[in-house]
Every structure is written in structure tokens, then in C-alpha cells.
Design a protein around this ligand. Structure first.
Ligand code: PMM
Length: 299
């Protein structure tokens, strides 16, 4: 395994007919949450039956430098109740269709096969599954479409995940679950190179677990899959900064994105696209030039 800060090849992300290759920096995935209650941007893009606001937001994120967009219609905030598939679909389908028609690479953030199928038909090319490959039908739908797949670690559901944040060794346990999930994906017909792995920052994790996973991201990078990190505006940053207001977590989000970049992340899932692109372009350039600790004897 490479040590952190060593220049490395970051694997590409496959999204149906397209291959996204991180070159000067990790890929930046802009978040388009079409939900009334997402914890970080709740309700902003929601007005049901009016996808224009969410489509315009996606366009704005692309103009700011996003390489791909993640469209979601069900909140995953701790304690959130599930949304019926027909309602989730009504929220996301027109937004996916609108953005894909403009040429955007769109990922659908869903745990439901029915929603994934319709979103793929509407032009999405990646399935972002925060339930870590529990549903065989979702895997089959992804495989059939030749889509990319984000395998995110979590335990339980948003309703009960807080109680399940108990680990002996969070890094090893998350790594092992992701390896098992990857095996399930491959068995379901998703090529391994189509699978992006994600530690699931904030999902069944206490603040110290999130920090440990970010600090040891090289363990996941060492598995050879592209790694996605979603730390943007999350509550562990609020806890560190004593900042309950999610809109006041920009600096913390950029620090986390920088750490992920230095460790070799392939994709950063963020709200603040312009700022993240600027910060991680510098971090990635430094990474390229980092020669490692000197082995010359000190005089
Ligand atoms: N976080 C959220 C939702 N979807 N998907 C992936 N792959 N990784 C994440 O970390 C992730 C996700 C919740 O955050 P939000 O409410 O700010 O969108």
C-alpha cells in the first residue's frame, strides 16, 4: 500500500458510456437534494412539481466546475422517515431528465430499485446507494444498465443509525464491509471497475469515527477502487467548530476535502462546488510535488 502524500494514479469512474478520469484534482460531485428536509440544505430545491429550481441549481454547480451531479429525493438525515417510491420518483425524475438532457453526468442517490430504474431511463448514469449493496434488485438494475455504482458504508437506516455507531476498529470494520459489498456487486454482474467505494461519513458514525476514517482514508484507497468522500457540511464538522448552523461549515468542509485529496480520493461529494474546486486544485498540485520525507542524513 502507498503511504499518504505519495503521488499516485487515482482510478477513473465509469458512468455507462462515459469514463471520468480524475486528472489535476479529484472529481467534484455537486449535490442536488430535491427533498424538503435534507439536513444540510433542507427544502431549498424542493417545491414539488417545479423541478426548474433544482435544474437551475445543477446548472449552476456545473458552471462552478462540478464534474458530475448527485440528485436525491429522500433525506438521509438521522431520524428521517422513508419516502414512498412514487413520491421520491416524482421529485427526482424530472430533475434527472432535465440535467441529463443538457449533457450532465448524473448520479441518482437512492436505495430503491424502482427509483434507480426510472432515473437510469431518464438519463442517469451512476447509482449512488447509501445502503451498501443490500438490495439484489438494485444491483441487478445497475448491472443491466451498465451504470456506475457508489457503494457507501452504513449500518441500519437513517431512523436507527445513530444507535449503531459502535465499533472496535472503525477503519478495519468499514473496509471489510466494503470488500464484502464489492463482492456482492461483482456477483450481481456489476464490473468491479464500475464500483466506487465510500466510507459513509456521518452514517452510523460518531464524530471520532468520521475523523478516524478520514485520517486513514489511504486504507480504503489501497483497495484499488475509486474512493468517494462526502464530508460536506456534516455534523462532525459542526461539533468540531461548535457550529450548529450548517451554512457556517465551509472552512471545515474544505479542510476535509483537502485531507481526502491528499489521501487519494477520486470523488468529493460537496455542496460548495466553486470553493472546493479551488481548494483541492491547490491540494492536488501539492500532492504531485510532494517528494516524501528526506532520506538524506541531517548535517
Ligand atoms: N451523504 C448524504 C447523502 N448521500 N451519498 C454518498 N455516496 N456519500 C455520502 O456521504 C452521502 C450520500 C447526506 O448528506 P446531504 O444531506 O448533505 O446530501
Amino acid at each position: 500500500m502507498q503511504s499518504p502524500h505519495t503521488p499516485r494514479e487515482v482510478p477513473a469512474v465509469h458512468a455507462r458510456t462515459r469514463t471520468l478520469t480524475p486528472s489535476r484534482r479529484p472529481l467534484v460531485m455537486g449535490i442536488v437534494n430535491v427533498t424538503p428536509d435534507s439536513f444540510s440544505d433542507g427544502g431549498q430545491l424542493y417545491p414539488e412539481g417545479h423541478p426548474e429550481a433544482a435544474i437551475a441549481h445543477g446548472r449552476r454547480l456545473l458552471a462552478e466546475g462540478a464534474d458530475l451531479l448527485d440528485v436525491g429525493g429522500e433525506s438521509t438525515r438521522p431520524g428521517a422517515e422513508p419516502v414512498p417510491a412514487h413520491e421520491e420518483l416524482a421529485r427526482v425524475e424530472p430533475v434527472v431528465a432535465g440535467l441529463a438532457a443538457e449533457g450532465a453526468v448524473v448520479s441518482i442517490d437512492t436505495t430503491k430499485a424502482e427509483v434507480a430504474r426510472a432515473a437510469l431511463d431518464a438519463g442517469a448514469s451512476i447509482v449512488n446507494d447509501v445502503f451498501a449493496a443490500r438490495d439484489d434488485e438494485l444491483l441487478a438494475v445497475t448491472a443491466q444498465a451498465g451504470a456506475g455504482y457508489v457503494l457507501m458504508h452504513m449500518r441500519g437506516t437513517p431512523a436507527d443509525m445513530r444507535q449503531r455507531a459502535v465499533y472496535d476498529d472503525v477503519v478495519a470494520e468499514v473496509r471489510d464491509r466494503l470488500v464484502e459489498g464489492l463482492e456482492r456487486c461483482v456477483a450481481a454482474g456489476i464490473p468491479a471497475e464500475h464500483v466506487v467505494i465510500d466510507p459513509g461519513i456521518g452514517f452510523a458514525k460518531a464524530p471520532e469515527h468520521n475523523l478516524a476514517l478520514l485520517a486513514s482514508l489511504d486504507v480504503l484507497v489501497g483497495l484499488g477502487q475509486p474512493v468517494l468522500v462526502g464530508a460536506s457540511r456534516k455534523s462532525f464538522l459542526g461539533a468540531l467548530l461548535d457550529q450548529g448552523d450548517v451554512d457556517a461549515r465551509l472552512e471545515g468542509s474544505l479542510a476535509a476535502a483537502t485531507a481526502a485529496t491528499l489521501a487519494g480520493a477520486a470523488v468529493l461529494r460537496v455542496h460548495d462546488v466553486r470553493e472546493t474546486v479551488r481548494a483541492v486544485t491547490v491540494a492536488a498540485a501539492l500532492c504531485e510535488h510532494f517528494a516524501g520525507p528526506s532520506t538524506e542524513p541531517q548535517s
